[in-house]
Design a protein around this ligand. Structure first.
Ligand code: CP
Length: 319
């Protein structure tokens, strides 16, 4: 695994939250919070990345992550390149590394990469120049580290702590990079009652998520939860999973107002989006008073500002 930290312990790459020290995660959350502003007031702006250039390389669709990385970089004063990979020389057969070397020659300082293939962010991180950073924007089913951080920040804002919380991650765990990064960060930050709740076809392999309580009953998994994290059914990563279709899935596994009552009365409801309304979550819940889904989106920009600032300003004299 590529080392994510410099020899002085500062963040250079962000590929996974697994193994990052608790102190660094707490520092990133604190720095992220400093960039949060209420809706209706101007966003946080800074010039710490003046002169730096960030390239977004996304081979999978994205709305929130791509836009918020772009806004984050611009709000820190950086220039941003969004490479449309379908219109780039990748379609003529150019490799990812040759694309990266080309952009490096154009003074790109950070690559933000989303890719459906396992290992691509680490491959790039292993080949870039020493002053360049690689930030994962979602790697296959493996990792979505900035999503994990923004989810942790959202929980912290609402609960002011991690210890003693019961967090239920519900739905398509097997194919979810959000669940894996959430598990990594919440475990390190002190959540002990972490539950994965899924039909058998969507449970991860037995050796994954060690120490986490597994529930194949939604009602049992929601019982007394402080935080409910609903996940999208990821049809694009499924083969022939043995699952009820559409309304059948909603009847068995959808978060409805009635089911929400099984959790604590002040439980918060999260979803990384995009949502399948009427499949994994009812609109009344997604838009209801316990939902923090829009906070998650707002926090995404703050987290990405913190990560970009951390990676690019701690590299010894270069912005
Ligand atoms: N949560 C998330 O990653 O959303 P996008 O796929 O729209 O970036």
């Amino acid at each position: 695994m590529t080392d994510q930290l410099r020899t002085d312990g500062t963040l250079r790459h962000l590929l996974t939250l697994e193994g990052l020290p608790k102190s660094l995660l707490e520092h990133l959350l604190e720095r992220s919070q400093s960039f949060v502003r209420p809706l209706g007031s101007p966003p946080a702006l800074s010039n710490v990345l003046n002169g730096a250039t960030v390239a977004n390389l996304f081979t999978e669709p994205s709305t929130r992550t791509r836009v918020s990385f772009e806004l984050a970089a611009k709000r820190l004063g950086a220039q941003v390149v969004n490479l449309e990979l379908q219109l780039s020389s990748r379609v003529k057969g150019e490799s990812m590394l040759d694309t990266v070397y080309t952009l490096e020659s154009l003074h790109v300082d950070a690559f933000v990469i989303r890719d459906a293939e396992v290992g691509v962010p680490a491959l790039v991180a292993g080949h870039v120049a020493p002053h360049v950073s690689v930030l994962s924007a979602g790697e296959a089913h493996v990792a979505h580290p900035t999503q994990g951080l923004l989810d942790a920040l959202t929980i912290l804002q609402r609960r002011q702590r991690f210890a003693g919380l019961s967090v239920a991650i519900v739905g398509d765990i097997r194919h979810s990079r959000v669940a894996r990064s959430g598990w990594h960060v919440l475990r390190t930050l002190g959540v002990t009652d972490l539950r994965i709740v899924a039909p058998p076809a969507l449970m991860p392999a037995a050796e994954e998520f060690p120490g986490v309580a597994r529930f194949t009953s939604l009602d049992a998994g929601l019982d007394g939860a402080d935080v409910i994290m609903m996940l999208r059914i990821q049809k694009e990563r499924m083969g022939d999973a043995d699952l009820p279709e559409g309304t059948g899935y909603f009847r068995a596994w959808g978060l409805t107002p009635q089911r929400l009552k099984l959790a604590r009365p002040d439980a918060i409801v999260m979803h990384p989006q995009p949502m399948n309304r009427g499949i994994e979550i009812a609109s009344e819940v997604a838009d209801g008073p316990q939902s923090v889904i829009r906070d998650q989106v707002r926090n995404g920009v703050a987290v990405r500002m913190a990560v970009l600032a951390e990676a690019l300003t701690s590299r010894g004299g270069r912005a």
